[in-house]
Design a protein. Sequence first.
Length: 277
Amino acid sequence: MIHEIFHLKDFYRELGKNGCDATLTTYLPDNLPEMGRIDERRPCLLICPGGGYEFCSKREQEPIALYFLPNGFNVFILKYSAAPNRYPTQLREVAAAMELIYKNADAWHCDTNRIAIMGFSAGGHLAAHYSNVYSCPEIRALFPDSKPVQASVLCYPVITADPTWAHLGSFDALLGKKDRTAKEIMDFSCDKLVTRGTPPAFLWHTSEDPCVPVMNSLLYAQALVSCGIPFELHVYPHGGHGLATSDERTLCEVLPEHRYDHAWMECAQKWLLSIFS
């Protein structure tokens, strides 16, 4: 397995301003000649952890990677810049990660036609946001050939900036202010950005989430329906926020009501393989 950590500022000087030091960590299976897999190219999964745009949660990093790695994926973890670094820094870091994957596709055995982005909580907002605006001027200013993803996996995601359902702290950290204009609410509500060009999505949430209301996932699903975009949505009846693997790997205490939540990983894996088949 190739396991390395790359500092994005070493490749893109502009991303090192203001103390930013985003990293891309690789989890890449070896191609085994004795199994006839010298030239095998695998689908890729780019993970954006949560943390309210204030930090990157560790339990939504390696434990997730180590599930998808043996199931046929090249896995990448983007530890993006958090507050006090503001928009559009994080979007540009996703674009940089995508460019590195493309540039190293041969050496890393990546199938660039099968790249999914996965995000948790605020990382879900980043994943959904990039999925819809990868070619926006704020990204293209540094990455004129920025690349799209072919699918997104959104785990209890922050989607809307509408105060009715928003996780306000995420947008406070992302934008550096508490008050938002009507235009900003529209521009940063991912459900308002969905078009017929939006990639298919897998979403999961719990109906009891006290931090990011389940309506965030429902709004995105509704927008996908309106544009005819394929999606799969799982809403589990119990469980809080930030469940990650939803089992003993990432929870201090696994409660009886969590017994179904961890099924999301197998469902997401099967969905991705079906999308990429």
